[in-house]
Write a protein that binds this ligand. Structure first.
Ligand code: CMP
Length: 137
């Protein structure tokens, strides 16, 4: 099915200057960019985004990290994009990510793993409305 997903290049990816490389991968695959913005996330939006991890021991660190510098928030559309984007990203822990994936090419630690992607239709809808509201192409 044609889906939309929310992808976000985290502060480590923005600092590493791999926005263009990552956007290029999704364009080449055949997905369509529907929204994008460089922004510093407020603690409020970061805590809402990661609400499902609120009771994890790393939650404070996670929110500190994601608000530590600009992120590049994006919405992409295409056939099966939610699952295919996650395959292109590699495993959450870059130590388990194959070369050729985004994390397998750019990252080594789980805390600084370059990119976030929605894991289901429900989380994609929630994350798109949290980060973009109604402002999509
Ligand atoms: P993400 O897909 O953005 O969703 C939750 C994030 O929590 C995950 O990517 C990791 O970056 C982060 N995370 C998972 N485990 C740890 C950990 N042990 N320490 C710090 N961050 C973590």
């Amino acid at each position: 099915a044609i889906e939309k997903t929310f992808l976000m290049i985290k502060p480590d990816g923005v600092k590493r200057q791999v926005i263009g490389d990552i956007v290029n991968r999704f364009e080449r695959r055949g997905f369509e960019l529907k929204g994008a913005k460089l922004m510093v996330a407020s603690r409020e939006i970061a805590e809402a985004h990661y609400a499902e991890h609120a009771d994890k021991p790393f939650f404070g660190e996670l929110v500190d990290f994601i608000t530590s510098g600009p992120v590049f928030a994006m919405v992409w559309e295409g056939e099966n994009v939610i699952s295919l984007a996650r395959t292109m990203m590699g495993k959450t822990n870059p130590a388990d990510s194959q070369p050729g994936t985004i994390r397998g090419d750019f990252a080594v630690t789980v805390a600084e793993n370059i990119i976030h992607g929605s894991d289901s239709v429900e989380s994609a809808e929630r994350e798109i409305s949290l980060w973009f509201g109604e402002g999509l192409a």
